[in-house]
Design a protein around this ligand. Structure first.
Ligand SMILES: Nc1nc(=O)c2c([nH]1)NC[C@@H]1CN(c3ccc(C(=O)N[C@@H](CCC(=O)O)C(=O)O)cc3)C=[N+]21
Length: 357
């Protein structure tokens, strides 16, 4: 009975989940249900998120449940730290950091992200500037606004919300942002430095930095561990792999052409998934005791939710909870960290520009 609840929770999502299901071996659900004696470094602190649903099983196999890595909580702590530094800078040198956001077009999700970023800026004392351009505006128009912000000394960070309309060349736009103000860390010079030994970028991209910050703040060792990154995008997969490697993990990347991704993923001590496929990673893909960071934010239809949809990650959360030692939820995991890192990068930029220690 309980196992049907479990598997149906992870199947509810999208056509993509059906693909993931097809990839997963049929015994998977049962196998992960009866996973026993998973090492639990956090012992009794572990949040027993599946305990109530599965209590009837405890006589059969010892209960295991991953610790929830609370991105919402950690992002709140970081915001407090950033706010305190901003207040100190303002009191000492009279400078208030400024973040400029350029939004092109009217995608609902992008508008929501930009609204949330503005709200977060306000909460920590960053001045925010926003430019909204129509979907059909020219690349030159966007470049003009970037140039204005590059020259504006009250702006310490510039973010061009992605994705851009298809008629624009993302590369041209990202190249135009001054690397000193590239708080997204998407300028090729910043990415290039991230990829090189002994060089440091001025900014590390926010989502990858947020993943690393969660690992650090939860005392998860990275050095010498096997890490698997699922997805190889410029904004998450690739930079997070570089950061893990910089932190001395042995990193593999799994992508759409990888043969038998489950076999590779199930060897990892740390899994970071940024594939954008709901419930792609099933319990059987996860080594017992692994740490799982879920970067996916996939909307799936849900008539019971006020918005008509809800967000799920790339990881089949209920299954993963029974195998992993720690896991980030969606929502409330990496998402809030992305915004916290953007605020932190903007503060860092203002400090660097004004040589404030
Ligand atoms: N130039 C640029 N920089 C970005 O950093 C950037 C971007 N473009 N384009 C889109 C992606 C996506 N992204 C997110 C930020 C916050 C949440 C977030 O806070 N999510 C909440 C849930 C939000 C909700 O419920 O709608 C959570 O996971 O708990 C998610 C995703 C930044 N991005």
């Amino acid at each position: 009975m309980a196992s049907s609840i479990l598997s149906s929770r992870c199947s509810l999502s999208s056509p993509a989940a059906a693909v993931a299901r097809a990839l997963a071996p049929p015994r998977m659900t049962l196998a992960c249900r009866f996973q026993s004696s998973v090492p639990m470094p956090w012992g009794s602190m572990a949040v027993r998120s599946v305990a109530s649903r599965n209590s009837s099983l405890s006589a059969v196999a010892p209960e295991t449940s991953a610790k929830v890595i609370d991105g919402k909580l950690v992002s709140g702590q970081i915001k407090n730290e950033v706010a305190a530094e901003i207040a100190r800078m303002k009191d000492t040198i009279g400078i208030v950091p400024g973040l400029a956001v350029i939004l092109v077009g009217s995608r609902k999700d992008s508008q929501t992200y930009v609204r949330n970023k503005k709200k977060a800026c306000k909460a920590v004392g960053i001045n925010s500037y926003e430019v909204n351009l129509p979907e059909d505006c020219t690349e030159e128009e966007v470049l003009k606004h970037i140039a204005i912000f590059n020259d504006d000394s009250s702006v310490h960070g510039i973010l061009v919300q992605l994705p851009l309309p298809r008629h624009m060349k993302e590369e041209n736009i990202l190249n135009a942002v001054s690397i000193e103000k590239d708080v997204d860390g998407f300028h090729p010079l910043n990415i290039g430095r991230l990829a090189m030994q002994g060089r440091d970028p001025l900014f590390v991209p926010c989502t990858p930095k947020g993943c690393m910050e969660l690992l650090h703040r939860y005392d998860i060792e990275i050095k010498g561990k096997r890490a698997v990154v699922i997805g190889r995008s410029n904004i998450v997969g690739m930079p997070v792999a570089l950061l893990l490697q910089k932190a001395n993990a042995t990193v593999s990347m799994v992508h759409s052409y990888t043969k038998n991704p489950e076999e590779i993923t199930s060897q990892a001590d740390i899994i970071v998934s940024a594939a954008g496929v709901a419930n792609l990673v099933r319990g059987s893909w996860i080594k017992p005791g692994a740490v799982v960071i879920d970067v996916g934010i996939n909307p799936v239809d849900d008539a019971e939710s006020p918005r008509g949809y809800r967000l799920v990650g790339d990881i089949c959360y209920e299954e993963a909870c029974e195998v992993a030692s720690a896991i980030t939820p969606v929502p409330g995991g990496v998402g809030p960290m992305t915004i916290a890192m953007l605020l932190s990068n903007t503060l860092e930029s203002a400090k660097r520009i004004h040589n404030f220690k």
